[in-house]
Structures are given as C-alpha cells and as structure tokens.
Design a binder for this molecule. Sequence first.
Ligand SMILES: Nc1ncnc2c1ncn2[C@@H]1O[C@H](COP(=O)(O)OP(=O)(O)OP(=O)(O)O)[C@@H](O)[C@H]1O
Ligand SMILES: [Zn+2]
Length: 801
Amino acid sequence: MFDVPKIAPMPAARVLIDGPSELVFDYAIPDGLPVQPGCRVRVPLRNKNATGTVLAVASDDATADLGFALRPLHSLTDPEPLITPKLLELAHWIANYYGASIESVIRVLVPEAVRTEDNSAKTRKAVVLESPPDEETLAQLAKRAPKQHTIITLLTHAPEHKLPLTDLGTAAGTSVKSLEKKGLVKLIDQEVRRDPEADGTDEILPTTDLKLSDEQQAALTAILASSEVGTTAPGRPPAEPENGPRISESASPTPAKGRTPPLPTSHAAGTPIKSGLATAAQRPILLHGVTGSGKTEVYLQAARKVLESGRTVLVLVPEISLTPQTVRRFRARFADIQDQVAVLHSNLSQGERFDEWHRIRKGKARIVIGARSAVFAPLPDLGLILVDEEHENSYKQDQIPRYHGRDVAVLRGHLEGATVVLGTATPSLESWQNTIDGKYQLLRLTQRADGQSLPLIRVIDMRLESKKQKSKDTFLSERLRSAITDRLEKNEQTILFLNRRGFARSLQCPACGHVCQCPHCALALTYHRTDDRLICHICGHQAVVPRKCPECRDPAIVLQGFGTQKVEDVFRKVFPAARIARIDADALRKKNALRDLLNAFRARKIDVLIGTQMIAKGLHFPNVTLVGILNADIGLHVPDFRAGERVFQLLTQVAGRAGRGSLEGEVIVQTFTPHSPSIQFARHHDFDGFAEQELEMRRQFYFPPFTRCAVLTSRSTHERRAEFTLETLHRRLKEDLPPGIELGEPLPSPLVKAHGQFRFQLMLRGPKARTLTKHVQQVLAKTSLPEDVTVVFDMDALSFT
Ligand SMILES: Nc1ncnc2c1ncn2[C@@H]1O[C@H](COP(=O)(O)OP(=O)(O)OP(=O)(O)O)[C@@H](O)[C@H]1O
Ligand SMILES: [Zn+2]
C-alpha cells in the first residue's frame, strides 16, 4: 500500500472550459470565494489562463481522499452565477436524455455572445472619416485597394460620416487599419444603445383586451388557476409528462472526461426530482382551439395577468420569421411596456444578443418572445410559458443537442413552478395522448372567435380529373380554376398551397391513386433510382418496381412531384390578368422579402399567393376566401409514420387561413387519394376522429406515442465506410440489448446522399428514452469510429430522412 499524502481538504469546483474541445477539470476553490454551480470563472490551464463554467461544486471532504492537491481557480468573472441552478439542472437533463455532451448544451444555454467577454463592453468600434480624400487618392484607391475605396464611399454617405465597424463586413478590419495609417479614417469607441428593433419594423398600433367568449374565458380562468398554484405552493408535487420528457429520474451530471478523477458532487439543483401524481391545476395545459378560435387573445390576457402578479412570461413560436403576426400582436398588446418586451431572433448581432440576454437576466425584460432556443432565456421568476403551435416540427433542433423546444419547455415549467400552455389547432399525437392519460390538462376552444363557421372543404378526385383532361401531370382541376376566376372577379384573395414535403418519392398510380406500401410497416415504399427498387425504410423490405399498377393494371404508374416555380408559371398562363406572387425558400433569399410580400398581400396588392408549408402558419388575412391545396397527397406517402399526421395538420392549418373575415371561406383540396383518412377527417374538421384512428395505427405498429423512437445515422463521403460503421454499431447494439428495445436494420437513408455524404441509418424503439440513449451511448463510447465517418444520434427523432 502506498502512503497517501495528507492534503488539507478544500472545496472544489468542476469547470467546463470554454472552447471547442469540451475539457472538464476540477479546481480548488480559494477561501471565501462564493463559487456556485453556473458561475463563470477564470482558471489556470497548463501555462495559460482560460474561462469556463462551473458545472458542480463539491464540499471539502469530497477532496480529502483525492491524494493530490487541485490547482485553485483564479477568480469569478461575474459575482452571480450566469446560469441559475434550475437551468443548470435542465442542461444536465437534456444532456442525459438526448445523449449530448453537457458542453454542447451549455453552449445553447449561454449563447456565445454572452460567454465572450468582449461583448460586455457597452461600446463598440466605429469608423469615422477623418479627412475626405482628394480625387487623386480616391482614384488610386479604386484601382489598387477596392475594399478601402468601398469603405470610404460608404463613410462619405453615412450620417456624420460614421459607421459601426461591424457594418463594414467581417473582413473590413485590415482595410480600416490601412486607411487609418493613411490618416483617412479614425477608429473610435462608441457608446451605443443596441436596440434590435430599431431598424425599420412597421409601426405597431397598441391594442386593448377584447371581451372574451365563454370558451375563451373558461380557458383563461383555468390557466390562471394553474399559475396561481405555482405562486402559492412552491413545494407541490411535480407533474410528470410522458411522451414528452419523462422527468421522474433526477438528472445527474455527466462524468468528467480527461484526466480528472471522479469527484462526488453536490447535486446542481439540490433537490432531486421525485415522481408523483400531479393534481389538475399543476399539469401542463394543452389548449386545443380550432383555427381562428382566439387562442392568441387568451395567451395575451393570461400573459398580462401573470406579469401583473410580478412573474415573467416566455412565449415560444415555431419560427420568428414565419410567425410575424403573433409577434406583432404581442408587441401591440404590450405597447405600454415595450421596454420590457424582448424578441429573440436569429438576426440579432452578437452585441444585441448580449444586451438582450442581460436585460432578461436582470429582470428588465419580463416578457420574452422567441423561437426554440428562447426556451433557455434566463428569465427570473418565470410564471408562464406559452408554446404556440406546439405540433410544429421546427421546435426540434436538428443539430447537437437535438432537443425538442416544447418538451424542454414542459420540463422547465415543471422545474420552475411555471404554468406551461401548449396551444394548437392540431395537437401532436404525443401531447394528445398525454391528455388522454391525464398527464396534461385539456382545454378546448371549439368555435371561431369572430362567430364565423369553419370553411367548407371540397375534395377533388384528381384521378378523374386527369382522365377528363387527358393529361398525366395536371395540377389544376376545373373546379379550382373556376373558383379562382370567381374570386378574381369579386376582388377577393386566394392562397394556393403546394405540399412539397419529402424529396423521397413514392410510387403512385395516377389512374387509381394506389401507392406501393410496405406489407409490414404500413408505410409507403421509397423509390431508389440507383438500383431501381422500392425499399421500406423501417424494416428493409424490398420490392421490384411494378411496370403496371398492382391495383388497376394501368401502366401509367409514375413518380410524382412538381415545384412552386412550375406552378407559378402555369398559373400565370391560365390567369394572365391576375397578380400572382410566390412564397418559398427560393423566393425569400432577400432580407425582409417575406415581410414585404405579406404586407403586399395584406394590402391587397396580390390576388393569388402561391406557397409551401410556410403559408400554413398563423397568418390572418380577412379578405382570403379561397384556399386551394394543389397536391394533398405528396406528404402522405413519405417513409415516415407521422406522414398522415402531418398531412392532417397541414390541411387543417391551411384551410384555417380561409374565411377569417366577414366573408365565408372555401377550401378546395386536390388529391389522388380522396378517401385517405387524413384528408377525410381534415375535411370534416374532425381532430378527435383523426386522432382516434391514427393512435390505433400507432399502437398496432408500435410507434410513438406508444413507444420512444430514436434514429442512429452514419455519414461519410466514403459510402462503404459509412455503411460498415453502421453495421458494426448495429452488431454491437445487438449484443446485450436491454429488454424491450427493438433494433431496426441498418439501411441506406431515404436521402441516400446529401452534401456529398452517404447516409445510413437504423431505428431504435423502446418504452424508455433513457434506456435507449444510455445503451447507444455506451456502445458509441467503446467503438472507435473511422475518422471520416460521422455518427449522429437523434432521440425522439421527427425526421427520418
Ligand atoms: N373575444 C374575441 N372577440 C372578438 N374577436 C376576437 C376575440 N378573440 C379573438 N378575436 C379575433 O379573432 C381572430 C382570430 O383570433 P386568433 O388569431 O387569436 O385565433 P387563433 O386561435 O390564434 O388562430 P390560429 O391558430 O388560426 O392562428 C383575430 O382577428 C382576433 O382578433
Ligand atoms: Zn417495412
């Protein structure tokens, strides 16, 4: 036995070092320094200094038997923890649940702008024109240093001949230096108030509370009753959402990597979460309100009440740029406290982000509106979290950490004692099943707020239409054509919706609508051009491509698909006098293009708006009386068990854009499969009916919400290596597979090659997310991957491409 040297015990901190390499080290805490989990610290690292975040703190006796002395950390960069204990606990939970490193989670939790010390300066570099150069110098610059010439030109036209350095582009630094040497410009530190909204948002007229309908009032009362509980009974038993995050196990910090020995840590947040039955008032709330039922009005009034009670409010929207109207309505309603409203969006500069973040943390901004990552906004005294359009896929982050914003919101609400309201006209089946199981409380708005009825939905059978028009790729039925003509005559507006989900193609017969499906999985088979085969992306079942339709023997069985551009061209020919505009990703490259287009549409300068998924969201145009859905089928036959759910959601949401004013709305749905349940239930505005039959299918085929589902993907520019890696992982996952887990076969992804990389994937299913994640993490930890292969694990995957 060795003699362990005696060392005076000292409290220690486990520190995650800033930077790309995820280093975690333990440091001793110097006497009296108030270091807590979540604090930012300066530490010695080899011969240098570094900054980092304290993940956990251990008491003196924890270091007593280490056998060596830890280096002490230097100092605190901030007197208070930047991350509250609750948020740190949330971070650990996310890391464990989604199988991500704690560093990757901290990175989204505390944005880079906040971690970088430079941004803390309330000044920023600005460039001023010192002496305007003479003609000759200018001409020389133009020839020899075009960049410098541009800068001079910009400054000449700028107010006070001054511009922030950042406005000159990222590479401007050296050019400015040369100009400074020549004595032409000067760099100064400029005091600035960075107001992210300062640039050109339209004027917003303040609004006041509307008188609520009985249903709205009942919903508001229930929400407020729930948040009341939050304020008076902090120690209440927690809710336990499932099929969202399961929060019965306490989050434990991930072990430190590298040379650090295990260190017993006091748990970040103190109290471990225990499971317990929730009472009605504490459960997350699902607000199911039909389109136009006035959910937003309920959010607004609930938010006001919670703010008045002294607590803060977080509003999550699927995507800021696609939900401009929701944001506008919040701004308008809270116009009196405009300086307490923070809108977080991806266009914020680093400096703006830094300012907003600290405004929020200090309690100056008390209502925060933002997309997914705003779920981490450091609001103190959080009272209410509103998740608008909770069914939207964009809440799932498609990069590490692959968290779901809605599920994290539910967990955060639980940790902070805040009421969580998930609002939607088309609940995700996960949330819906939670209301059936009594885990979420269900509130309903069944009527449109303006007293209008839901629009009439007509389904057009395109099989008959293509016979009538003797064309295989027709996408304008006679019915839709005459309806549009009618609207043009009456000076009413039309939205045409093109469903373009899924590049993966299914085989569909234009004569009978038959779609080739997997006999084992109830999913459309995907056509693989490379080997001319149909493949099931769940079980691997393969079939030859039929030369005739297996159903009706028609040889015309074809691959479907057409784009918005082509549709626009055709419509311009058919309706030469109409003012037509197109909204899709291509058309929106330019900054503010979406806003300008929507404004023009609102001002009735556009008759027909053609678009993709984008126009399905939250838009409200009173003069739109016709909505056409050109190809309701396409999303239906992608290799994804949620395909039917997505189509139902899309049809319902798109249809919801019609007839929102005093005029009645009509919806025309063109489809090759008019009898598919998604289309029929959407047509009858029957969410309950849809959910019932869809849940039955999910139960039968063992899909979420009755199981957890994860996808493991390997990618490489080298096809064989990607495939081989996944096969190896598959083999290892199969060895001592925990009971209850179903391991799918390794297969080429539906999107076989993307960004030059070949992709292979396998699906895992099981009753518990944690068990799944842990098993995969363990296998990954002991498998050394080839350098040119990337492996991605996606828990609760929403995308199977
Ligand atoms: N109590 C009310 N009295 C009168 N009008 C109302 C009331 N509540 C809402 N409205 C109006 O009804 C319209 C639809 O409401 P809102 O947009 O809030 O519905 P929503 O449920 O959020 O719709 P969607 O989910 O389709 O976006 C809006 O113009 C809103 O101003
Ligand atoms: Zn199958």
